[in-house]
Design a protein around this ligand. Structure first.
Ligand code: ATP
Ligand code: MG
Length: 509
């Protein structure tokens, strides 16, 4: 590709609403463009190219693992979501609308119902199982706070996969295979990540793991052990139970729990004075769709007591219809690891992938059955597996950038090499640049030739901003038979004989 022909609107200006490096550089490097409303983006040519490269890695590894790609309709009939019972539960993130005939639709935020519907019409026998179907397609979630560019958009690209099995055992085998496959994907993309235990959220089911890209800017807090492999999202983290006596000081946190059909309940959560309520655990403990602040001072109809408090709290002290015990506190730094006794600490991560064991959560309500070897009708056992493909672009930059711009990893880079002609008026520089460019193309190297009339300084700033892993700079030293080979990471450079540069590149790239 010739830079002079490329639509790559780089800019020195930082967008007003951007604080994260990935958000700033994706826009400044001319890779994406914000579209009016928040959380919506256009991908410009090189942004699209990087997205396609990441997508290709995801697809290659999934296909190798025996998954099959499909493409499902983005617009989903609401009736399917009624069948699973999620139409009520999903809340305001779900964009609902009607067509001209007054039929109800949603824009798919995830596609369990749609895939289940596909499979129940096409798979009837155990002989057709197992099956792992996926797509890499748009999703829409009307996020309450879209922010950080591609990190939390409203429209975004997700790989969502769904597996169907004749037994739980077989689903667990596939779940383990997907864990390994995801590790390969994130490793190929050059990411430092950690697989952690996770909460299962609105999708439902049990047994789930998240793939966290480690970065200080990550929105998720993960609890990790200093001494062993234990890692969990704080929403699901546990520690060795603490022991409390009857003198323990406690507090009650009041919340409003939201349920289907606009129902709500006032709930009191009782926990040790120095502990912190973990909202996700608390929400799960009362099977609510969401917890919000309670505006009234009404007395709670349900009381949930932190389970480790046990006899330290007298349940008769509460005038509630229902009293339950559950794990509702957030693990703190310094708590003891339940696996090995080591000390737990916090770190930050970006959730790049999530795999779930779904069981029959969707196949039962949606009537997705098969005939087993004995001719008996059984519900299919399912797993579901997601990767935030567009979020990955942001995650890669969060881990790989400096104060000048992006530093793409090998498999995500928009080009393998950039050739920079310092002075386009110098015939010798142009001749060498063109010759190298043609040679690289014929070797199958994806190369960008900076053949613009701009100043050298501007070309180098654009190089640093875009972040192609390597560059050949053809400058003044060419009169002494030398060119420079630059590595974007660290901006280190070495002088290479112009005569030998082709061989050098052939060996290096
Ligand atoms: P989060 O907790 O970050 O909102 P989630 O638990 O809602 O994520 P899933 O429903 O598991 O996410 O979706 C699968 C993957 O899609 C996530 O692991 C994440 O990488 C990506 N993803 C989810 N929401 C967004 C979003 N708003 N913008 C970009 N990617 C997203
Ligand atoms: Mg979410």
């Amino acid at each position: 590709m010739r830079y002079s022909r490329l639509l790559l609107p780089t800019t020195k200006e930082t967008p007003n609403d951007a604080s994260l490096a990935s958000h700033i550089y994706l826009i400044r490097a001319g890779l994406i463009q914000s579209v009016g409303g928040s959380g919506l983006y256009n991908f410009l040519p090189l942004g699209k190219k990087i997205l396609d490269k990441v997508r290709a890695v995801v697809k290659e590894e999934l296909d190798k693992a025996g998954c099959q790609e499909v493409s499902l309709s983005f617009v989903t009939p609401s009736a399917l979501w009624d069948e699973s019972g999620r139409l009520e539960k999903y809340g305001k993130e779900l964009l609902r609308f009607k067509d001209r005939k007054d039929n109800d639709f949603i824009l798919g935020p995830t596609h369990e119902e749609m895939m289940v519907n596909l499979v129940r019409q096409t798979v009837k026998s155990y002989k057709q199982l197992p099956l792992n179907l996926y797509q890499i397609n748009l999703k829409f979630r009307d996020e309450i706070r879209p922010r950080f560019g591609l990190m939390r958009g409203r429209e975004f690209l997700m790989k969502d996969g769904y597996s169907f099995h004749s037994s739980t055992e077989d689903m667990l085998r596939e779940f383990a295979l997907m864990e390994e496959t995801y590790k390969k994907i994130f490793t190929r993309l050059g990411l430092e990540f950690r697989v952690v235990e996770a909460d299962s959220g609105a999708i439902g089911g049990s047994g789930s793991k998240e793939f966290m890209v480690l970065a200080d800017s990550g929105e998720d807090t993960i609890v990790v052990c200093n001494d062993c492999e234990y890692g969990a999202n704080i929403e699901a983290a546990t520690c060795q139970p603490k022991v409390y006596d009857t003198h323990t000081a406690c507090k009650t946190v009041i919340k409003k729990a939201l349920y289907d059909e606009g129902k709500s309940l006032c709930v009191g959560f009782v926990l040790p004075q120095d502990a912190e309520l973990q909202e996700t655990k608390a929400c799960n403990s009362v099977d609510a769709n969401d917890l919000i602040e309670c505006d009234t001072q009404q007395s709670p109809s349900i009381v949930v007591i932190e389970e480790t408090l046990g006899a330290a709290v007298d349940p008769n002290a509460f005038d509630a219809e229902e009293i339950n015990y559950a794990d509702i506190v957030a693990v703190q730094e310094g708590d003891t690891c339940a696996m090995c006794g080591g000390a737990l600490r916090y770190t930050k991560g970006i959730e790049a992938g999530h795999i779930f064991q779904l069981g029959t959560r969707y196949s039962e309500p949606m009537g997705t059955h098969f005939l087993d070897e004995n001719g008996k009708t059984q519900p299919m056992v399912m797993g579901t597996y997601g990767i935030g493909v567009s979020r990955l672009l942001a995650a890669i930059i969060e881990q790989n950038h400096d104060d000048k711009g992006c530093i793409w990893t090998k498999e995500s880079a928009p080009f393998a090499l950039q050739i920079i002609i310092s002075n386009i008026k110098d015939d010798a520089q142009v001749a060498l640049g063109e010759k190298l460019y043609e040679a690289m193309l014929s070797l199958g190297v994806d190369v960008l030739l900076d053949d613009r009339k701009d100043r050298f300084g501007a070309k180098m700033s654009d190089y640093e901003l875009l972040g192609v892993p390597h560059a050949v700079v053809i400058g003044k030293n060419l009169s002494e038979g030398k060119v420079e080979f630059v590595t974007r990471k660290g901006m280190s450079s070495i002088e290479v004989d112009a005569d030998g540069i082709l061989d050098f590149l052939r060996d290096t790239l």
